[in-house]
Write a protein that binds this ligand. Structure first.
Ligand code: SF4
Length: 348
């Protein structure tokens, strides 16, 4: 199979042009056709010479992803189940935020991290998602928004998979989507979310771009965190905090802690106080997320009153926090839910 044209960063495209007897500046036009005009065939790139179009077509594929299913929530959230060339499926979500249109992409097919509250963890990882497949997830959503003349302004790598387990492809995705001649999504408008892989955090701290880092924390102590997030057994909080110290020192950037509120598991006032003590003094804020019920999981949704109490306790302790609104509560909103339902359906 030929590689996808969407796998190439701008400098890689320039190198390809030079290596094939064309000028480096042709990459400029090509990038515009791919990401600004968003055509779906080399033949439509009318200001590129026929010989360049032929050379591109003989070296690269230019296919988009196949939409298997799309759910639209009453709050505007759109959830897409997209099929890749090997028939694997990924979930991609568009969220309507007060600050713009944010797309959540998946970085792996399934996930081995086994977080107890996550629908994605129900299906083991079969492979990493390549950079072109992540880029095409976002392009698919952008093309959908094109019909209403809207633009994707933010991107989060927070869907199925652990991004730092697929580090190089995730970084290339960022480089491609961030480029000025492409979709030009600002690096400060991008977020990579990890369940806490210390080596990945340290590496990410040294990257030259200003992409945000989010940590799926979900518990304020080792005992509780290990019981719902197996990664904590390999890398307990002490190691995670040490990697974050390195990150703060080298990047000077703020970190977001994601904290899913699970009824009667991690949502008490005592947990909130313990959390505040754990992260006090760090350059962070906490994103509280009410749990979305997943059929196969034993967890229940927190009450709005309890979520508010948790939030207030953090606030009084001087921790900046937001209590996130649920997105797509009337569709299969939990990460991995749509895909796992579809796969189950296929197996029956
Ligand atoms: S929360 Fe993220 S890391 Fe954990 S199982 Fe789900 S997809 Fe994997």
């Amino acid at each position: 199979m030929k590689p996808s044209i969407y796998s190439l960063t701008y400098p890689q495209l320039e190198t390809w042009c030079i290596d094939h007897g064309f000028k480096a500046f042709h990459a400029k036009n090509l990038f515009r056709w791919l990401y600004q005009k968003r055509v779906d065939s080399f033949n439509l790139m009318s200001d590129l010479s026929l010989s360049l179009r032929d050379a591109l077509a003989s070296d690269f594929e230019m296919k988009g992803l196949i939409e298997v299913e799309k759910q639209v929530s009453s709050d505007g959230t759109r959830k897409y189940l997209l099929q890749l060339e090997d028939l694997s499926m990924v979930e991609t979500v568009l969220m309507v935020q007060p600050y713009g249109y944010s797309v959540c992409i998946s970085s792996q097919i399934g996930c081995n991290m086994g977080c107890a509250f996550c629908a994605s963890g129900l299906i083991k990882k079969s492979r990493d998602v390549r950079a072109d497949e992540m880029v095409r997830q976002l392009l698919h959503v952008q093309k959908d928004l094109d019909q209403d003349a809207l633009r994707v302004s933010h991107m989060v790598v927070m869907g199925i998979g652990e991004p730092f387990d697929n580090y190089d492809h995730v970084m290339n995705t960022i480089r491609i989507l961030n480029h000025d001649l492409g979709l030009a999504i600002g690096s400060r408008h991008m977020t990579v979310s990890t369940c806490g892989v210390p080596a990945g955090i340290r590496k990410f701290a040294l990257e030259p771009f200003q992409v945000n880092l989010a940590i799926s924390l979900h518990a304020p102590n080792d005992e509780l965190r290990s019981s719902i997030m197996p990664i904590n057994r390999a890398f307990p909080l002490k190691e995670l905090m040490s990697a974050l110290e390195f990150y703060f020192k080298h990047s000077n950037r703020k970190v977001t802690y994601e904290y899913i509120l699970l009824k009667d598991v991690n949502d008490s006032v005592a947990h909130a106080k313990e959390l505040a003590a754990l992260i006090r003094g760090q350059h962070v804020y906490v994103n509280l997320i009410p749990y979305n019920k997943v059929e196969e999981q034993p967890f229940e949704q927190v009450t709005p009153q309890q979520a508010q109490r948790f939030f207030e306790t953090l606030r009084k302790a001087g921790i900046t926090a937001t209590l996130r609104m649920e997105h797509g509560a009337d569709i299969d909103a939990a990460c991995g839910q749509l895909r796992s339902k579809k796969l189950k359906g296929c197996q029956i």
